[in-house]
Write a protein that binds this ligand. Sequence first.
Ligand code: DHB
Ligand code: MG
Length: 218
Amino acid sequence: MPDKFVTLTPELYEYLVEHGARQDDVLRRLADETEKLGDIAIMQIAPEQGAFMTLLVRAMGARRALELGTFTGYSAICIARGLGENGTLVTCDISGEWTEIARRYFGEAGVADRVDQRLGPALDTLRELPADEPFDFAFVDADKAEYPDYYEECLRLLRPGGLIMLDNVLRGGQVLEGDDDDARTLATREVNDRAIEDERVDVAMLGVADGITLALKR
Ligand code: DHB
Ligand code: MG
């Protein structure tokens, strides 16, 4: 099979971000502050992924969104902006420290009134949500070991035509040659194997950032 993808050099990636993502001052400052947290900053989404999320959520006309894994709030701001003023984003995380940073930036971004922050394991939050108020969009980015369960719960909570975006589906290549004892790698492989065979969804995996899968509920 001839290569149909371009390998991004750092310079080409910089070009892509400059031409593909309009990061405003709030997102830039949030990214800078997150960088100062150290290695953990790797969990923040890439700018071009954020631009894609805002555009996708807006193109869908989504009004209700779900996020598993708030971290410091970059992706939530991108989703909330796509939802517009009358939207609602329920976003969950287990870290009070990270989500306090997120809360501050939701205020700065002017989206605080449309973001409902829940502190606790995402599966607990999901299982408390009633199925009679369905969601249009779900971004899955929390504990990788729980991805198969997140996928099922999100499918339950989405309307037909609703979209799930799974983050980190390539796990930096570990889906191929990772540690077979790592529950996170095994769960990522499991959800990838399930989604591609799943008749309940239309599916597309994209090589954006660390790999994202889009699953559209039929
Ligand atoms: C990790 C988690 C993420 O959600 C991500 O986007 C990158 C890395 C991690 O746990 O290492
Ligand atoms: Mg991620």
